[in-house]
Design a protein around this ligand. Structure first.
Ligand SMILES: [Zn+2]
Length: 376
């Protein structure tokens, strides 16, 4: 790869990080604004609840005044009734008194209703007050976090901008101009070539263009998207691996009651497949010749789960995928069917490939850890 192209790759990383940081800095006040909006809504709720309490108090005072007035009227009517001359006049006054008394009772009912409501109103106010307090505290916390995040981002931005300037110095002006023009329109200015394709726009390259990128002796741009192209041999190797090998191998379950293993050596027999099968607290061991699938020796039975019963068979073996019921294996007689043998062979191949590709994948070691806790 041309050193200039390598610088361009680093420059793209720096550009991406700068963009990410700038977006984050811009995003933080928006987050604060959302909570501030919520806070304003809660404030309004509190104000409304408080206004309702005030309105109720005013109503109550009005009803009380009305009652006082009505009582005054009644006592006036009583005084007048002492001085009346006719029965009709007396009756009329009595009626007025009855009306006033009815009105007093109505006003008293309204006051009672307000008193009952007052409890609910009070709760509303208190709830809004406590919400407001919690939200105010939350907003302070968020603001502080945003302040800190922004300060940290700004610091990183300074560092990344310095890095970017260094990278830019390592790229020719023409290339830089081209890279920036494409970046502006497409979001990125450089793209990897893999499997004869530009990975950014997914268009196949012409054979000559592909060869030019592979040799890495000159600057090549994608005919379709204009991005500067580069080639990473490590990634191409992976892309050329057959599909079934790249896809993840299905892994045997850790708590299964049946386990298949491959052993490179088994006494005089050489390479074998082993089947450990646990049924109702008893474990059996079958040994099959790896190339013919013939059952070797007797079926061995021991007490306990297969890990406890046959630890010596597990150490240094490769665990394989395989699951056939005890009844089914009975029908095999002295030889496993070709389909079973083929399936074990292909899983062994996949397991071996996995071990070379991922050195951390190890053969299974025996363990007395109860199933279920084994993963911890
Ligand atoms: Zn392209």
């Amino acid at each position: 790869m041309l050193p200039e192209i390598e610088n361009l790759l680093h420059l793209q990383d720096a550009d991406k990080e700068i963009r990410r940081l700038q977006e984050e800095v811009a995003e933080l006040p928006k987050r604060v604004a959302v909570i501030e909006h919520k806070l304003a809504a809660t404030k309004l709720k509190l104000e409304r609840a408080q206004a309702a309490v005030k309105a109720d108090e005013a109503s109550r005072r009005k009803y009380e005044t009305t009652i006082t007035d009505l009582r005054g009227k009644i006592s006036k009517y009583r005084d007048q009734s002492l001085a009346v001359k006719t029965n009709e006049q007396y009756k009329a006054l009595l009626q007025e008194i009855q009306f006033a008394e009815k009105e007093i009772a109505e006003n008293e009912d309204k006051i009672l209703e307000l008193m009952v409501n007052a409890d609910a109103r009070d709760k509303e106010v208190k709830a809004a007050q406590s919400d407001l307090k919690a939200e105010a505290a939350e907003i302070e916390k968020q603001k502080e976090q945003a302040r800190q995040r922004t300060a940290e981002d700004e610091k990183q931005l300074v560092e990344w901008r310095a890095k970017r300037d260094t990278m830019r110095a390592g790229v020719s002006e023409d290339l830089l101009r081209h890279y920036e023009r494409v970046s502006k329109f497409r979001g990125s200015g450089i793209s990897e070539v893999r499997d004869h394709k530009c990975m950014a726009c997914q268009v196949m390259l012409r054979p000559q263009t592909y060869n030019d990128v592979r040799t890495g002796q000159q600057m090549v741009v994608c005919d379709s998207c204009q991005r500067v192209l580069y080639f990473n041999p490590a990634n191409e190797m992976q892309a050329l691996e057959p599909e079934h090998k790249r896809s993840r191998r299905h892994h045997p379950k850790i708590d299964a009651h049946q386990a298949w293993y491959y052993r490179a050596e088994f006494g005089d027999a050489g390479e074998v497949f082993l089947c450990l099968n646990e049924v109702r607290g008893q474990s059996s061991r079958r040994v099959f010749d790896m190339s013919t699938g013939r059952l070797l020796g007797d079926i061995l039975i021991r007490e306990g789960d297969f890990r406890q019963a046959f630890p010596e068979e597990i150490t240094g073996s490769i665990r394989l995928n395989g699951n056939w019921s005890e009844a089914e294996m009975e029908t095999w007689g002295t030889e496993m069917p070709m389909t079973a043998l083929d399936s074990l062979h292909s899983d062994l191949e996949a397991a071996r490939y996995e071990m070379t590709a991922r050195p951390s994948a190890k053969t299974e070691v025996p363990s007395n850890v109860p199933t279920g806790q084994a993963a911890s």
